[in-house]
Design a binder for this molecule. Structure first.
Ligand code: S3P
Length: 760
């Protein structure tokens, strides 16, 4: 599915003929009128009173009931008749158009596309290049031109299903027509359209018709409806729709409807069984999955979701505008740690018993992990304000998901899942978004294969990953070629399902949340020096998890305070695991005034409040041993470097090139726009700071975050010391790790505003 670019020519049809003046055709006329459409609009309808009403309402200029008489001078014909009436309309049209101008574009609004295409091929002898089939996903249970509504298509989708032979000019004109009516236009194949619509529209209509009919028959006097309240009303509204139109749709889209009905019946049978046997886990799991899927659907509709932005607006419409200057003051608590949030769900799902999680990050990355476990049959309640309850299914209790598991933007989810799924009895597939699809997965697939797993990747070891179930895994002794907590964690998770011992040696210390949390769940992981190991065949026991604030999110505010004269910020309850505190060490080496307060431990992880006050920074050579300990913090640290006195030199950081973007290049490109002197090398960068308390450190400009959350947030913080506005494009992805970022940035005194989110 593809959304089209933003700038479109206006609709310049000279004469539009709508065949079938009902709700859909009438609303199109009304919408065009309201958009200032200059052309003529006429209509053909067998019912003269609909035509008269259309003229009276000012929707059409003229009309009649004989199609052949209405075609003179027409530039575009919109077929808005019921699906089964298409055949006769098209034959009339085909005969008449042989005599008329060849430049007439034909489109339709039918709810199924394969039958209409077949009909066109039958009547025209081929699919005419000037015919563009389409389907507005909008409507109402009302019918007739009297119900015409000029706003019916605003922000609704119209799906066009062009053929390879479709004339591109005709396609552009039909697209312009719907855009003038206020719709978002998408394209997909006829086959995909019919399958998607069978599930999202036809099946729900069938169910609504059936439920109302069943109840009405059971109670001939319709007495029961007197007591039917909101639930009945909401579920059955569409049963009031036009019967002829729907009969046609079910006849036309028979096969796709039958297959969606089979799936539905199987689901219903599972629920029936659960109700009958009082199977509370299945009921809660099903309802919880559905309830969250429904909320997710709402966020798609409201465009509040990164996933929605990704799927529907491939160009990432969310833009930050940050005014130069501002303050960095106050106490704040940033959301929960992303790494621990992922792991809490994974281990909680595989544990025996119920795991209660507090402080869970409700970002889209960790939510993708949570959703994936729901799809594997785990009952999960929440998240509600960071609280999640996971009903563990035990090491062997996961069920095969119905389709590929989609983990969005999250490298951590994909790599950790790879290990965990390699140990399952069922086949699975992992997919992700465009950024994730470019990231290397050979680093986990290769050692998993050494353990005996069968994993297919796309070319170059990229996603999707296809993992064969039922493999007999064997423990290995693995010397990691790169310092990666994700690879280490992947192998430890697979190691739980392997025979014997799995040992991983890391070339430099990486975050050890997996080891700590496994031990917390009673699964023993040992460590000596640079190597950790576990024995396969153990089990996990549920327990409470308190996720501290994410030091990677806190970093943006640490840097904000470190570069802003007069700043004083305290970040509460931040995780200060020794494998994560590279940023504290590096900022301290640069001279930052940073203190830890209220240090204590929660659930096996150290936490503290971090207070940071402004004092001038100096450039340093970043110690190479700090690189893995600050791997996610470099975009923000580059901004610190741009505000330090002298040169900051980073080496040994080639891993930055394979994060959500190539972070060395993405940051260098942004720094160049701001006018910050720097030199890029393969594994790092030199940045020359230009610090002076009394003047700005650099200019402003428009920066592309390349859909990378940390690049977006880093340049937002940079504006505290810019002399002009910084505009950052493609920021929807901030929701993957830090959904409240903008609100907290405003809270400390930054002047940031957001464009493009919720602009439905
Ligand atoms: C993570 C490990 C790091 C980090 C990522 C989260 C984890 O990646 O960059 O954001 O949760 O294990 P690598 O282990 O690949 O360096």
């Amino acid at each position: 599915m593809e959304a089209s670019a933003d700038v479109w020519p206006p609709c310049q049809e000279s004469h539009l003929l709508i065949v079938g003046l009902g709700l859909i055709g009438g609303s199109l006329a009304a919408a065009l009128r309201q958009s200032g459409f200059k052309g003529r609009i006429s209509a053909c309808d067998p019912n003269p009173s609909e035509i008269a009403l259309g003229i009276n309402l000012g929707l059409i200029d003229s009309g009649g009931s004989q199609l052949t008489e209405l075609l003179d001078g027409v530039s575009m014909v919109v077929l808005a008749v019921p699906v089964l009436a298409m055949e006769s309309v098209m034959s009339t049209l085909s005969a008449a158009l042989h005599r008329a101008s060849e430049h007439v574009v034909i489109t339709d609004v039918g709810s199924t596309k394969a039958t209409i295409r077949d009909c066109a091929v039958r009547t025209f002898g081929e699919m005419p290049p000037a015919m563009v089939l389409g389907h507005p996903i909008a409507g109402s249970e009302k019918s007739g031109v009297a119900a015409a509504n000029a706003a019916l298509y605003i922000n609704h989708k119209v799906i066009l299903t062009p053929e390879p032979t479709t004339d591109s000019d005709a396609l552009t004109r039909v697209e312009a027509l719907w855009r003038a009516a206020g719709a978002d236009v998408l394209q997909m194949s006829v086959e995909r359209h019919d399958q998607v619509l069978a599930r999202t529209s036809h099946l729900p209509h069938l169910l609504a018709f059936s439920l109302v009919d069943t109840l009405a028959r059971q109670d001939e006097r319709l007495e029961i409806f007197r007591y039917a309240a909101g639930g009945f009303r909401d579920f059955t509204r569409i049963a009031g729709s036009d019967p002829v139109m729907w009969r046609d749709i079910f006849i036309a889209n028979r096969d796709a409807v039958l297959s969606s009905l089979d799936d539905f019946e199987a689901g219903l049978a599972r629920l029936r069984q659960a109700v009958e046997s009082g199977d509370s886990d299945t009921l809660i799991a099903t309802f919880d999955r559905a309830s969250h899927a429904r909320h997710y659907f709402d966020t798609l509709l409201n465009k509040t979701s990164y996933q929605a932005e990704y799927h529907m607006q491939p160009h990432g419409k969310v833009t930050y505008r940050v005014q130069p200057g501002g303050q960095a003051q106050g106490r704040l608590r940033v959301p929960g740690d992303k790494s621990m949030s992922h792991r809490s769900i994974m281990l909680g799902a595989l544990a025996e018993g119920v795991t209660e999680v507090k402080g869970f990050l409700e970002g889209e990355d960790s939510l993708a992990t949570l959703q994936s476990f729901r799809e594997m049959g785990v009952a999960i309640e929440g998240p509600h304000q960071g609280r999640v309850t996971i009903h563990g299914v035990g090491m062997h209790g996961l069920k095969a998901p119905a389709g590929p598991l989609y983990v969005g933007n999250s490298g951590t989810a994909m790599r950790l899942f790879a290990g965990l799924l390699a140990g399952q009895a069922f086949d699975s597939e992992l997919t992700g978004d465009e950024s994730l699809t470019k990231r290397p997965m050979g680093r986990v697939a290769d050692p998993l294969r050494l353990m005996g797993a069968t994993i297919d990747t796309a070319e170059g070891g990229r996603p999707p990953l296809r993992i064969k179930g039922g493999a007999a895994l064997k423990g290995i002794n693995y010397d990691m070629p790169m310092a990666s907590a994700q690879v280490k964690s992947c192998l430890l998770l697979a190691g739980m399902y392997a025979e014997g011992e799995t040992r991983v040696r890391e070339p430099a210390p990486t975050r050890d949340h997996t080891e700590r949390m496994l031990n917390g769940f009673g699964y023993s992981v040992s460590r000596e020096g640079d190597t950790c190991w576990l024995q396969g065949g153990g089990k996990l026991t549920a327990g409470p998890i308190d996720v501290p604030s994410d030091i990677s999110s806190a970093t943006f505010f640490l840097v904000a305070a470190a570069i802003t004269p007069g700043a004083d910020i305290t970040l509460e309850h931040v995780g200060i695991n020794p494998t994560r505190i590279g940023v504290i060490n590096i900022l301290s080496l640069m001279g930052a005034d940073l203190t830890l307060e209220n240090e204590h431990e929660v659930g096996g992880e150290p936490v503290a409040d971090i207070r940071i006050r402004y004092t001038p920074l100096k450039g340093i050579d970043i110690p190479v041993d700090q690189v893995p300990l600050a791997i996610d913090e470099f975009p923000a640290l580059f901004i610190a470097a741009a505000n330090a006195q002298g040169k900051t030199r980073l080496r040994g950081a080639e891993e930055l090139r394979v994060k959500e973007s190539d972070r060395i290049q993405a940051m260098a490109d942004g720094l160049a726009i701001l006018g910050v002197e720097h030199t890029v090398v393969e594994d790092g960068i030199d940045i020359v700071g230009n610090a002076d308390d009394n003047v700005a450190s650099y200019g402003g400009g428009r920066i592309d975050s390349l859909g990378d959350h940390r690049i977006a947030m880093a340049f937002a913080i940079a504006s505290l010391r810019a002399n002009e506005e910084i505009i950052i494009d493609d920021c929807a992805n901030v929701a993957t790790s830090f959904p409240d970022f903008v609100a907290l940035a405003q809270h400390i005194g930054m002047r940031v505003s957001v464009e493009g989110a919720n602009d439905a």
